[in-house]
Design a protein around this ligand. Structure first.
Ligand SMILES: Nc1ncnc2c1ncn2[C@@H]1O[C@H](COP(=O)(O)OP(=O)(O)OP(=O)(O)O)[C@@H](O)[C@H]1O
Ligand SMILES: [Mg+2]
Length: 145
């Protein structure tokens, strides 16, 4: 069955649920688990001159990246009890597109994610990332509610 499971994590409760579910499945199936986070890219207009703005842009980007690594470390630490092979991957860009790229590049055969994430507006069942990914990902997608 599944050999390589990718879990997309954004620091939300539902993504944490998705990671737990991924770990359960990986343990039962003898699959590898990859935790993946996308650091949202800053808008390009923030990187133009004057120089001061460029520096602020770099600092903010670095801080976002640091937070991304913390999100991955936290997700990994919550899976410490599972005797499975877990790795972490991070990239910068548009979350939905990066998740779909990662699915293609890592050759995973199942993607697990939350239906919603950290977004504040909760009017819809699915957020914009889960909505786009489940239409475009090149492998089966399991959405945790
Ligand atoms: N930056 C990200 N990196 C990795 N996975 C993500 C990221 N953002 C969202 N996800 C995944 O997508 C799931 C759904 O999140 P989504 O962003 O679609 O919902 P939302 O935050 O509630 O809504 P929106 O972002 O559209 O305001 C999350 O539980 C997580 O699994
Ligand atoms: Mg979101």
């Amino acid at each position: 069955m599944y050999k390589k499971i990718l879990v997309a994590v954004d620091g939300s409760e539902q993504a944490a649920k998705a990671a737990l579910h991924g770990a359960e499945l990986a343990a039962k199936l003898g699959a590898d688990l990859i935790l993946f986070h996308v650091v949202p890219a800053l808008p390009s207009y923030a990187s133009i001159s004057p120089d001061q703005l460029g520096i602020v842009h770099q600092d903010v980007a670095k801080e976002f990246y640091k937070q991304g690594r913390e999100i991955l470390n936290q997700a990994m630490s919550e899976l410490a009890d599972y005797n499975i092979n877990i790795s972490k991957e991070i990239s910068v860009g548009h979350p939905a597109d990066e998740i779909c790229k990662m699915v293609a590049n890592c050759g995973c055969d199942l993607l697990i994610m939350g239906s919603r994430g950290l977004g504040q507006f909760k009017g819809y069942l699915m957020g914009s990332v889960s909505n786009r990914v489940c239409r475009l990902a090149g492998c089966p997608v399991l959405i945790m509610r």
